[in-house]
Design a protein around this ligand. Structure first.
Ligand SMILES: C[S@@+](CC[C@H](N)C(=O)[O-])C[C@H]1O[C@@H](n2cnc3c(N)ncnc32)[C@H](O)[C@@H]1O
Length: 248
């Protein structure tokens, strides 16, 4: 039997109500701060490049090509951390839709440049990535072409910011097919994907299953982190553990 307060609400329901009010108040404040801080911090990380413009850069790409860009702001450091955490394990890491490099930075810190390939279709953004991370293998190409041409037998972790829900349906379907073929070719591999939607990034193909890795509230907009792997594959110790939880 739960304790009820004077209004008849249980303690758990009251806590939930307070939490959602706190989140609702914090998000707009965080959104503005995130935008301003990114500009300020970016110029400190990499002076001499176009880093001061990085948040605005994605914004202007979004205005020119919204369906391919899929985001107004770069991913927050909290989302980057959660994506990197879900990529833990051995093998080559391939980042798709690296954009301004917010997640790339966290992946580099976790895996090191020799184990990471960053893929970005937009030539301006790809050039920005090359300037920001000169040690990194950056490919300016469609993700599906890079995946088809991968010359490794090693396990892969594919970390994707591709905006499946905003891409034209046929492009989204082509990318999904190419991802699934890649995961099938490289046993023990998995995909880490975030989405702003309150559901899976896309329907799991036959023989695969999604696991909810967690929810990142400190991102604009808040994002769910998901892991896709073959249904018959186990999660080994030290690899991404797919547990549903709040990550920031
Ligand atoms: C949501 S944004 C990336 C956000 C990124 N995490 C950041 O913080 O900047 C998605 C990116 O995917 C790229 N993209 C879209 N379709 C692509 C494709 N077929 N191949 C490679 N990159 C693609 C877009 O150009 C865009 O930079």
């Amino acid at each position: 039997m739960e304790n009820l307060d004077n209004s008849g609400l249980s303690r758990r329901a009251l806590t939930r109500k307070r939490m959602s009010l706190r989140t609702a108040l914090a998000l707009p404040r965080y959104g503005l701060l995130h935008f301003l801080q990114l500009g300020a911090r970016a110029s400190r990380i990499n002076p001499g490049t176009t880093s001061r413009m990085r948040p605005l850069h994605l914004f202007s790409c979004m205005l020119r090509d919204p369906s391919t860009t899929g985001a107004l702001l770069p991913s927050s450091p909290f989302l980057a951390k959660a994506m990197a955490e879900a990529s833990s394990g051995s093998g080559t890491v391939v980042e798709l839709g690296a954009g301004t490099g917010a997640i790339t930075r966290a992946l580099l810190a976790k895996h090191g440049a020799p184990h990471l390939i960053a893929v970005e279709i937009n030539p301006e953004l790809a050039l920005g990535l090359k300037k920001r991370f000169p040690e990194l293998d950056v490919r300016q190409a469609p993700a599906q072409d890079v995946l088809a041409g991968l010359q490794t037998n090693k396990k892969l972790v594919v970390v994707s910011s591709l905006p499946f829900r905003s891409l034209p349906a046929e492009v989204s379907a082509e990318l999904q097919a190419s991802l699934v073929a890649t995961l099938e070719r490289h046993a023990g591999s998995w995909l880490v994907q975030f989405t702003y939607q309150p559901r899976k990034p896309f329907e799991a193909p036959v023989g695969f299953r999604w696991q909810h890795h967690g929810m990142v509230w400190r991102n604009v907009p808040p994002a769910g982190v998901w892991v896709l792997r073959r249904s018959d594959e186990q999660v080994f110790r030290g690899e991404s553990r797919a547990v549903s939880r709040s990550l920031g």
